[in-house]
Design a protein around this ligand. Structure first.
Ligand code: FAD
Ligand code: MG
Ligand code: MG
Ligand code: MG
Ligand code: MG
Length: 551
């Protein structure tokens, strides 16, 4: 455990507990994981914990199944059904993983130390701060809600990021209804209390608006018959459409459905200020308008946590907005540090930066030109190292590299064409346009956590037998294939037991059948049988008795 070292900081050294365990063999390397969300938890579940001395640090001692948070806001699902204690997850794994409930506030990558602060400290513990050292550090701390410094948002809006946020929203929705029912209010005041504003037309904002609409029409309208006609839900989005990350058909369906449901979708409006009583938004045509509201939920995007920004400055990433890793999820600037999930983005290497090197590697016979066959021989490596090449060929409906070569030559006839370096450059000059940042989703975070755990599990083997693709000078040896994201599709629940689903291969399905797909996918994805049982029983209870309005 944490033994006080007498100074201001205690020192958490897991070694001291283990002196009686196996004295032989070299000491295991220390892996420290920051965060118990999607990235951190998936990493831990997949890690072979016998190989390392593992410590986990997070201010929350549970994992939260975030896709069901919107359902918690209206009591469709209970808070306890979407969380799993991290200690239970670790215990099930076996092995000897330590967990400290604390927040990391500083990363000292020079000395390979983490500065932490306990959030449950008492007067007896001093300042609750302690140090942990690591050989490998996995940063999986997620992101924070982003207000874009809009005045009044922090003070007056609700966020939907954590379980507590969802619980607060649920209580406040009920408060708005009870307040609007009080005998001494006039009609205007009742209306104001019952105006629910959702800022941000992304998946979370849209799902919350839909959930709230269902709650009001299916459950609350019966309990508050005299005021139910005064309820208004507005969804404000700065862009021209909601759900822009989805296919157009889904966007259109969602906008139409919300229109029919009476949800006021205001696209092209940017919220510029939120005061206690009114929300001010801007539109080039109308100028500023202010509307009174009862409750506002802010869901416009995510930003970097302050201690990560600080860390970025320290390692020379101060000019960036988001922490960057390479395609192996390593932070290049420091040794043994990795990052997964919402706190980081992958800095995909550009083909154009390496084009001469690629040419040199491919030109096996040193002829100064590349044949189609020579390109073909290194193509698999190129695809692995630069996934944008494959995306580019697909987007141009090109049938493999030969098409590309012919197009570059402007000659569709000849079979035996060769490219010199300039022609090769020209042929690939547009491929980097296909580089895209991965979305901030649970899907990405968990695939990254899983990938990284597998790398850690194979670390020793791989040192002897590197399996990496084409090697670019100055990059060193790659022991693993780079991380590759597999998109499995995405859901957008739209209320009224209807969900839009966009699956790989442009497969779109909207309606009641995809709602059932949604139920089954989210039941399957539960982290334990316990939460699965709880979630399914919450859904059943809701079908039979409706949602609970007492809070
Ligand atoms: P998180 O899961 O946020 O985990 C971060 C962890 O770090 C937490 O345990 C936190 O307590 C801990 N932490 C924070 N600060 C510190 C610190 N200083 N020191 C140590 N630990 C710290 N994605 C989907 O794919 N599908 C969905 O349907 C979906 N729905 C969503 C609905 C909502 C309401 C929200 C908010 C998100 C949703 N997402 C969804 C996105 C998804 O939740 C995130 O992309 C995912 O959680 C990112 O995982 P992560 O591990 O990077 O961060
Ligand atoms: Mg995490
Ligand atoms: Mg999470
Ligand atoms: Mg990310
Ligand atoms: Mg050649």
């Amino acid at each position: 455990g944490a033994a006080s070292s007498g100074g201001l900081v205690a020192y958490a050294d897991s070694k001291s507990d283990d002196v009686l365990d196996k004295p032989e063999g070299p000491p295991k390397k220390k892996v420290v994981v920051l965060g118990t969300g999607w990235g951190g938890t998936t990493f831990l579940r997949n890690l072979d914990s016998r190989l390392y001395d593992v410590q986990v640090i997070s201010p929350r001692n549970y994992f939260a199944f975030t896709p069901l948070l919107p359902s918690v806001t209206c009591g469709t699902v209970e808070p306890r059904s979407v969380v799993e204690p991290i200690r239970r997850i670790l215990e099930k794994k076996g092995g000897d993983i330590k967990f400290w409930e604390a927040e990391c506030f500083k990363i000292d990558s020079e000395n390979k130390k983490i500065h932490c602060r306990s959030n449950i400290r008492t007067n007896l513990d001093g300042n609750g701060e302690f140090l942990v050292d690591y050989d490998y550090l996995v940063i999986a701390v997620g992101a924070r809600s982003n207000t874009f410094n809009t005045p009044g948002v922090e003070e007056n809006c609700y966020f939907l990021k954590e379980v507590e946020d969802a619980q607060k929203i649920r209580r406040n929705v009920m408060d708005c209804f009870e307040r609007a029912s009080l005998p001494y209010l006039n009609e205007e005041e009742r209306k104001k209390n019952l105006h629910f504003v959702v800022v941000g037309g992304g998946p979370t904002g849209v799902e919350f608006a839909a959930e709230l609409h269902d709650f009001v029409t299916e459950d609350l309208s019966k309990l508050y018959p005299s005021i139910q006609h005064l309820v208004r839900i507005s969804l404000i989005e700065a862009a021209d459409h909601i759900l822009t990350m989805f296919d157009k058909r889904i966007t259109e369906f969602a906008e139409d459905k919300f229109g029919r449901d009476g949800i006021d979708v205001k696209t092209g409006y940017k919220v510029v200020k939120v005061s206690k009583d009114a929300i001010t938004m801007q539109n080039p045509a109308t100028g500023d308008i202010s509307v009174p509201y009862g409750m506002a939920v802010w869901s416009t995007g995510i930003g970097t946590r302050p201690f990560i920004s600080e860390f970025m400055k320290q390692i020379g990433q101060g000019k960036r907005r988001v922490l960057a890793t390479d395609e192996w999820l390593r932070i290049r600037e420091c040794d043994g540090v990795y990052a997964v999930g919402d706190c980081a983005t992958i800095n995909q290497r550009r083909v154009m930066d390496d084009i001469s090197e690629i040419f040199r590697v491919a030109d096996k016979d040193n002829s100064g030109t590349l044949t189609v066959k020579e390109i073909q021989d290194v193509l698999d490596d190129i695809y692995v190292r630069y996934p944008q090449v494959e995306l580019y060929l697909k987007s141009r409906q090109m049938n493999g590299i030969a098409d590309l070569v012919r197009t570059a030559k402007g000659d569709a006839e000849k079979e035996s064409i060769e490219l010199n370096i300039e022609e090769f450059k020209k042929a690939l000059s547009l491929v980097d346009s296909q580089v895209k940042n991965l979305p901030a989703t649970a899907q990405v975070a968990s695939q990254q956590g899983q990938y990284l755990a597998r790398c850690f599990n194979k670390m020793k083997d791989a040192e002897e037998n590197p399996e990496g693709p084409i090697r670019i000078r100055g990059e060193g040896r790659h022991r693993f294939r780079p991380f590759r994201y597999r998109h499995l599709g995405q859901f957008a629940p739209l209320g009224g037991e209807q969900t839009a689903a966009q699956l790989p291969g442009d497969w779109i399905s909207i309606g009641h059948s995809s709602q059932w797909l949604w139920y089954s996918v989210y039941a399957t994805k539960q982290i334990s049988w316990r939460t699965r049982a709880l979630v399914i029983s919450d859904w059943s209870r809701r079908f039979i008795f409706g949602r609970d309005s007492s809070c």
